[in-house]
Unconditional design. Structure first.
Length: 172
């Protein structure tokens, strides 16, 4: 993790399902996030993504890159152009500062209208690997740490492979 490192882009298809599911999951029942007719009555061309869904996608982008040991310390984002159904948002990131195990990553998410989200994420990635853990890396992603196999439910036995796109349904 060095200043100037670029994270690989992540393309996310913006679907009605992703927008509505994100709004429901974050208990944001504003009609502009699920009712196209009411959104149009309020001056929007369609429903649009809420900030909490965007925040979750930004967090996922950073942790997918840095691996399961990464801890988000601060997410500071600002919304710009809305994410409407049928568009694609491309997230990009650049490491701006590094202080020991902690980095500040500049994030931009752009769609067909313009910049949907801009901001920074502060993330800590432990430089030491727990005893028994396995470290792997790939050409287009950072190193990943997997915990040792465990018999307890819910304990990961391997690191996830970073995604480069979300399927049309919005689920990963």
């Amino acid at each position: 993790m060095r200043r100037g490192d670029r994270l690989p882009p992540l393309e996310i298809e913006i679907t009605r399902t992703l927008i509505v599911a994100g709004a429901i999951a974050s208990r944001d029942y504003q009609d502009v996030h699920h009712d196209a007719e009411l959104a149009r009555a309020k001056g929007s061309p369609d429903i649009f993504m809420n900030i909490l869904t965007t925040n979750g996608l930004v967090g996922r982008y950073v942790t997918d890159h840095f691996g399961p040991a990464a801890v988000l310390r601060k997410v500071a984002i600002r919304l710009g152009a809305p994410n409407y159904p049928g568009d694609t948002m491309v997230l990009t990131g650049t490491v701006e500062e590094v202080d020991g195990d902690t980095a500040t990553v500049k994030i931009v998410g752009a769609n067909g209208v313009g910049k949907h989200v801009t901001g920074t994420v502060t993330v800590t990635v432990p430089s030491t690997v727990p005893a028994g853990a396995h470290v792997s890396s790939s050409a287009d992603a950072g190193a990943h740490v997997s915990a040792p196999a465990s018999s307890s439910a819910g304990t990961p036995t391997s690191a996830p492979t970073p995604a480069t796109s979300l399927p049309a349904g919005g689920a990963s």
